[in-house]
Design a protein around this ligand. Sequence first.
Ligand code: DAK
Length: 258
Amino acid sequence: MTYQNLTLETRGNVALITLNRPKALNALSSALMDELTDAVRAAEADDGVGAMVITGSDKAFAAGADIGELKAHDFARAYVENLISRNWEEPARARKPVIAAVAGYALGGGCELAMMCDFIIAADNAKFGQPEIRIGVVPGAGGTQRLTRFVGKSKAMEMCLTGRMMDAGEAERAGLASRVVPLADLVDEAVKTAQAIAELSRPAVMATKELVNTAYETTLSEGIRAERRLFHAMFSTADKDEGMAAFLEKREPDWKHR
Ligand code: DAK
């Protein structure tokens, strides 16, 4: 696929996806989301890629779903075309880790896209918000559900009901961003973090991601059971033997990703 609204490049074993629709502050049009779906699938299928970073520009990660496109929908069209579900959720389906590197505005669908990633590294100018209420709708790509899980009911309720924005410091304190870095360092820092993850044993990385996500989908006892099963399963991997031997022999492990 030729991309018009984003770029996809590989840096070492990291796929870096940069949303690139600057005139509309990376508003998430259907064409952009088709391209993002394709780019995430390409990175998933590439054996040389161990992790992904999704970023935007210094001014906007993404200022939401494209309001011009949304306005043209009525119920029947949104339902029949499977609006949102059709082409928005690939980052949440990816099995390889995905980091959102957020600078500037992450509003509405932009905030929801960042929350579909495994964690968010925020630039010091980042602003997060769910302003859909101000245009007469509700968040439609997981905002009411994921934001509540990240920051708790009180703050999520206030943000969704008022549409106010949260700055980077508040986002970090509330647990929405894992950390805040200077804007100039954002992409390098996110790629460096992704690279460090990509260099680890891939089965262990993918199982860890699956298990942390399980914590959001099930009861504690079911989650612990899932963790115990995958922990036991790790004892069948070559990387478990290599990782433990390397530790005992005081050397770096040579991961086989098996
Ligand atoms: N969509 C389309 N264009 C957008 C846009 C957006 N979300 N955000 C910005 N733009 C465009 C502006 O129209 C403007 O275009 P020109 O006038 O230059 O042609 C250009 O980007 C620059 O924007 P501004 O001139 O407004 O820039 P400022 O720096 O003054 O302001 C801003 C930046 C981010 C504060 C402001 O642009 C803004 O408030 N943008 C809208 C933010 C927003 O409301 N986002 C949430 C969108 S709604 C649903 C499913 C999902 C959703 C809804 C329904 N259903 C299933 C029914 C989800 C919705 C959303 O995400």
